[in-house]
Structure formats: structure tokens, C-alpha cells
Design a binder for this molecule. Structure first.
Ligand code: GDP
Ligand code: MG
Length: 310
């Protein structure tokens, strides 16, 4: 006999989860840890994540399939140029669309101006949205400092449920995921169950190349670096063939990226190739070049070309 009521469909819970936090708090690390694979670029440099990216977690269960769709927002920060402004407006849009906001903070340090800015942005763009205050990097702080910092954050983000995690070590992530699903509205999944991201492999590859460059380069270059994939071809058993261009803003930066005898570019290429191979599970042949595109971060046309929408 069928006990299902006619207007009670077997839905799980589905919704959008914005991961909000200032640069470098561990948003991308958390997303990768939750999804169990690397889809977001992670580095020790702030502002690694430039574009909004979805990460999809599907869970089978009773009464039905549930899906949490994560948005790894570019960090909210003081905009210094047009690129910064567009990153902030993407982050604001992610807050407005979310069913749940994970407010991620660095528990190893006291709140600062960027945390205050985030608190204001959340209050402005999503005053009524469900929130979860997530204290990350608990592996990096003594219990006494942790309590002091938590008091500081509690003043900024009031009336919010909180959880303490280490995205890097995996502490409390299972509890976090359970809490997230419990807060999402009932409804059927939006994406096929085996889909993990909405990004194409070539966009992820561009991000991984950029990440490799940021890891190896000195401070004067990183924020003016963009990556464009020029060719992405399948070559059967020999894997994929990828050609990409690294764009810098000034002539003087070409030498830095290429290095003496091409040694730096080679290092970046080897690093990126290994990451792309690990991500896609096959062999990759990667060819990199470097070009100058003057002041691309302030040029609307070039920004759109590189995929930063208005
Ligand atoms: P995002 O800018 O918020 O996306 O930050 P990332 O995910 O790129 O992480 C920034 C840095 O913090 C990286 O070096 C991470 O390895 C580090 N990190 C992230 N989560 C943790 C954590 O739980 N503990 C520690 N010790 N480091 C972390
Ligand atoms: Mg990031």
C-alpha cells in the first residue's frame, strides 16, 4: 500500500549556500574540502578567487535527494579599481540569491575592518536570510585566544548560530554539512546528481594556471595577472593539449614571469600541468606564453573579455 500523501512529494532539501568572508579566510579550502575535490583555486595570497563559482553537493537520503549548491564568492574588500568593484558586486549578488549564508571568519585572529565590511554587506544585501557563523582555522589558535576572538565576532554578527571548524584539517566538517542541509528549504535537486561544478574544465584549468603563477611569482606581479585558454584539445590516449596566455599589465613584468632562460615560466607550467592532470585524471600537455595587456584591470572591454561581467 502507498502511504504517500498526494501533496507531500518525496523531496529532500535544495538551495543556494553563499560562502562569504574576507579574502584568505579559507572559503575555497572549505568548498574543496566539502566537495572532496579541488574545484577552487587555493593560495596563501588574498583575492585568488575572482569569479563566482558553483560547487554542488548532492546527498541521497530520506525522504529524497538533497542538494546544496555552494557559491564561493570573491572576497568582499575595499575596491581599488574597476576589477575590485565588479568582484564586490558579484559577492553582493551571491548574498542576495542565497538561501543560507555561511559567514566564514578567521578564528585565529580578532575581527578587523574587512569583517566589519562583511557584516555590513550581509545586513544590507540579505537582512532576512538564514545565516551560520563559521569559525575557521581553529587548528591555528590557542583556546584562550579563540574564546576572545569569538566574543569579538559575536558582537559583529549577532543572533547567529555558530560552528567551529578547520577546513584544512577537516575538523567538524561533517557536522557543518549536516547543519547546512538542515537549514535548506524542501525541494527537488536543480542539477544532475553527478555534477560537481558549473564551470567548464577549461575555466578550472585557467584558474589552476593562475594559482600556479601566484604561488611562484614575487609580489609585484600577481594582482595584475590574467589567464586566457587559447586552445583546449583532446588527443585521445595522449590526453589533452592546452595552450594558454598569461597577461600582465606592464612590459617590465614579462621578464619576471618568464624568468632567466624561461626558467620561471617552466616552473609555473610544470606546477599547473600537474594540478590540471590531478583535477581531470588524465595526461596534459601544457604550453604557456606571456603577453602585455596594459592596465587591463581598469579596462571594461578587456574585463568582459576575461569573463568578468558588469
Ligand atoms: P579564500 O581567499 O577565502 O578562498 O582562502 P583560501 O581557501 O584560498 O585559503 C587561504 C589560506 O588559508 C590558504 O593558505 C589555506 O591553506 C589556509 N587555510 C584555509 N583553511 C585553513 C584552516 O582551517 N587552517 C589553517 N591553518 N589554514 C587554513
Ligand atoms: Mg578563494
Amino acid at each position: 500500500m502507498d502511504h504517500t500523501e498526494p501533496n507531500e512529494p518525496d523531496f529532500g532539501r535544495t538551495g543556494y549556500v553563499a560562502i562569504a568572508g574576507k579574502p584568505n579566510v579559507g572559503k575555497s579550502t572549505l568548498l574543496n574540502a566539502i566537495l572532496g575535490q579541488k574545484i577552487a583555486a587555493v593560495t596563501y595570497r588574498p583575492q585568488t578567487t575572482r569569479k563566482q563559482q558553483l560547487g554542488i553537493l548532492t546527498r541521497a537520503g530520506e525522504p529524497g535527494v538533497s542538494q546544496a549548491i555552494f557559491i564561493d564568492t570573491p572576497g568582499i574588500h575595499e575596491p581599488y579599481h574597476l576589477l575590485g568593484e565588479r568582484m564586490n558586486s558579484e559577492a553582493a549578488a551571491a548574498l542576495e540569491d542565497a538561501d543560507l549564508i555561511l559567514v566564514l571568519v578567521d578564528a585565529a585572529r580578532p575581527p578587523d575592518d574587512n569583517d566589519r565590511r562583511l557584516a555590513e554587506a550581509v545586513a544590507e544585501h540579505a537582512p532576512r536570510t538564514a545565516r551560520l557563523l563559521v569559525f575557521n582555522k581553529i587548528d591555528q589558535v590557542s583556546p584562550e585566544s579563540l574564546e576572545a576572538h569569538i566574543d569579538g565576532f559575536a558582537e559583529l554578527f549577532t543572533e547567529v548560530e555558530s560552528i567551529r571548524i578547520s577546513a584544512l584539517r577537516g575538523d567538524n566538517l561533517a557536522e557543518l554539512v549536516d547543519t547546512i542541509f538542515a537549514r535548506l528549504p524542501a525541494g527537488p535537486p536543480f542539477f544532475p546528481p553527478d555534477q560537481v561544478t558549473d564551470l567548464y574544465e577549461r575555466e578550472i584549468s585557467a584558474d589552476l594556471i593562475r594559482e600556479a603563477a601566484l604561488l611562484h611569482l614575487r609580489d609585484e606581479v600577481p594582482h595584475s595577472l590574467a589567464v586566457r585558454i587559447d586552445q583546449f584539445k583532446e588527443r585521445g590516449d595522449t590526453g589533452a593539449y592546452i595552450e594558454a596566455t598569461l597577461f600582465v599589465e606592464r612590459d617590465t613584468q614579462i621578464g619576471i614571469v618568464v624568468g632567466s632562460g624561461g626558467e620561471m615560466l617552466k616552473r609555473i607550467g610544470t606546477h599547473a600541468r600537474k594540478e590540471i592532470e590531478a583535477m581531470s585524471g588524465r595526461k596534459v600537455h601544457l604550453q604557456l606564453r606571456v603577453k602585455v595587456r596594459k592596465n587591463w584591470r581598469s579596462d571594461p572591454g578587456t574585463l568582459s573579455n576575461f569573463g568578468f561581467s558588469k
